[in-house]
Design a protein around this ligand. Sequence first.
Ligand SMILES: Cc1ncc(COP(=O)(O)O)c(C=O)c1O
Length: 432
Amino acid sequence: MAPPPPLSSAPAQALDPGAWAADQVAAGLERIAPLAAARTTAVRPQLQRVLDAFAAERVGVHHFSSVSGYGHGDLGREVLDRVVARVLGAEAAAVRLQFVSGTHAIAAALFGVLRPGDRLLALTGRPYDTLEEVIGLRGHGQGSLAEFGIHYDELPLTAAGLVDEAGLEQALAHPTRMVLIQRSCGYSWRPSLTVATIGRLIAQVKALQPDCVCFVDNCYGELVEAQEPTAVGADLIAGSLIKNLGGTIAPTGGYVAGRAALVEQACCRLTAPGIGGEGGTSFDLNRLLFQGLFLAPQMVAEALIGAELVAAVFAGLGFAVHPQPGEPRSDVIQAVRLGTPERLKTVCRAFQAASPVGSYLDPVPAPMPGYASELVMAGGTFIDGSTSEFSADGPLREPFVLYVQGGTHHQHLAIALERALVTLASTALLPA
Ligand SMILES: Cc1ncc(COP(=O)(O)O)c(C=O)c1O
């Protein structure tokens, strides 16, 4: 029988998980330091753009309050719409607390613009999970696009997870009212689309069908790059305020932006034909929306630094990560392929325990409205469900990928990561 190995050959994580985890995170922070500095510097032009928009629209304290009831003539809301349009490089925008989520804003855009008999073509493969019921790919009897006679097709992504640009012409051989481009990877293992790529795709679509509306699901992408899809030809975009643009303090809401006539059509779906964007109080919450927008460039930069740290630490341990450390980013999402449900649950549990709110809660996989798979979520955030604050989640399905996003301070992610590594090491869940 072979003699037992000497104690010193035991892996460091088994000998002292706490010291080992602290070392891993410290090394990760050191590795990302130059990138973190670059991200911090990049806040300045984004913030300047926001400040220029505030100044051009002469934002003042009188815009913080709103009107009750119908919400007609809500000066703060009207000015906020114009400020956001300027920041996004769009003709118009509608920022509304009445949008309950990004999915709702996207649905308003789709239902607002599409009419029975129209064709909708997704250029980025299968859209994000919650849009399946909106389109009618899952569920029935809820009034999906399919039930209203809208034909849906999709151009599958290539094996590398890229848009199949070679197949674009054939996919657009039929008259198409709208193409749907999803900027962020969502819950899929693929690169997020850069704004330059989105601009190139739109130019190709317009060359084939000039009247086709190019719609972009902009969730998680806002302020990550110097320009938004609306500045490179997108006709309409939509997203959530409890993600990037809300700067972690918008209490709820979403936005649509783009060509004024299309924004109005989306608003007609949100409210009613004839009312459109003219109704809907801001509940005296305009200050939070303005202030959130002012904070957003900094919050997005912190989230990006945190994402980089997650990538560096998990890649260093041999896990597959997307994007790779140092790769260009077009959204704030960092995917880590954990490979087993135990690891997914363990990391979510550790992240929850390191959260400011509900640290005592044990995240358990559960069904969630709009999703086919059960989800496990760590979201100890001040705004319920906010993914601009540090949060992580993943569908409980192969290959058990954790999606990490948000974070107001990347040092918070350092604390949470250390906790997760200690637990993974002490429960022997690290790869051999
Ligand atoms: C790409 C993408 N689109 C849309 C959504 C839906 O956003 P919400 O959760 O605000 O409805 C998500 C959510 O994660 C997403 O990742």
